[in-house]
Design a protein around this ligand. Structure first.
Ligand code: F6R
Length: 243
């Protein structure tokens, strides 16, 4: 696991986009993508670039259960607005929030992942250590499933909704096991609210209590932080350290 600490989220996002381009030059065809505020500057860099993604496939991590693809709060809509409308991909996959048969939808999505092995997965990090919507307690070998969101995640995501009660209580999420099958993984985290989760993920034990700790001891994982998110790490003074 390589940990890169940058000055701010702009530098971090540029670094992440450089790694994406490097992987595309090496033949990567499938990107695993995340939503939330963390990857937005990176998506802006992608949009403002002259890189063509029209032969690329994307597989997103998760979607709220109950939200239609065109719902402004849905992750499907988020991806359209922040990336796909401006940089078309050959094929994009997001779980179907309107699917009522959870078993059918999660099997369908597991097949999507199996048919489109992810070359490079982009991850954000929840304050509670979640990746995708794999909340604390999620098994490291989990596949796509319907998951209840924790109170802390509902509270953190309430900023995107008019009312906390409008935040969906369930999501379809790619599992940790599926994430770990990606050839390469980049996790980004910015701001002091992520510092405890970053410390637990990098320095704590590898345990489902901190889902992101599943990434420990993997040499295909790059963590890109700003100084605030790295502030509780034992040696946060280093600009770049390899663990
Ligand atoms: C989003 C996702 C989540 C977020 C995490 C951080 O697709 O899977 O794990 O990456 O909740 O969210 P932000 O970036 O909004 O702090």
């Amino acid at each position: 696991m390589k940990v890169i600490v940058t000055k701010n989220n702009e530098d971090a996002s540029k670094k992440a986009f450089e790694l994406i381009k490097e992987e595309m030059n090496n033949g990567a065809k499938v990107l695993g993508l995340a939503t939330g505020s963390t990857p937005i500057p990176m998506y802006q860099d992608m949009v403002n670039s002259d890189i063509d993604f029209s032969n690329m496939t994307s597989v997103n991590l998760d979607e709220y259960v109950g939200l239609a693809p065109d719902d402004p709060q849905s992750y499907h809509h988020f991806m359209q607005v922040n990336l796909f409308d401006k940089k078309p991909f050959a094929k994009t996959y997001v779980p179907d929030g309107l699917a009522t048969d959870a078993e059918a939808e999660t099997s369908r999505y597991n097949k999507v992942i199996a048919d489109n092995p992810i070359d490079l997965q982009i991850l954000g990090l929840g304050r509670n250590g979640h990746i995708g919507f794999n909340e604390p307690g999620s098994p490291f070998d989990s596949e796509t499933r319907k998951v209840p969101l924790t109170e802390s995640t509902i509270e953190a995501n309430a900023r995107f909704f008019d009312n906390e009660n409008d935040v969906p209580k369930f999501a379809y999420s790619m599992g940790i096991g599926s994430i770990l099958k990606s050839k390469k993984i980049i996790l980004m985290a910015f701001g002091s609210a992520k510092a405890d989760a970053i410390k637990a993920m990098i320095e704590g034990p590898a345990t489902p209590d901190c889902p992101a700790s599943a990434l420990q001891n993997k040499d295909n994982v790059t963590i890109i932080l700003d100084t605030e998110a790295a502030s509780k790490l034992a040696d946060s003074a280093k600009i770049e350290k390899t663990a």
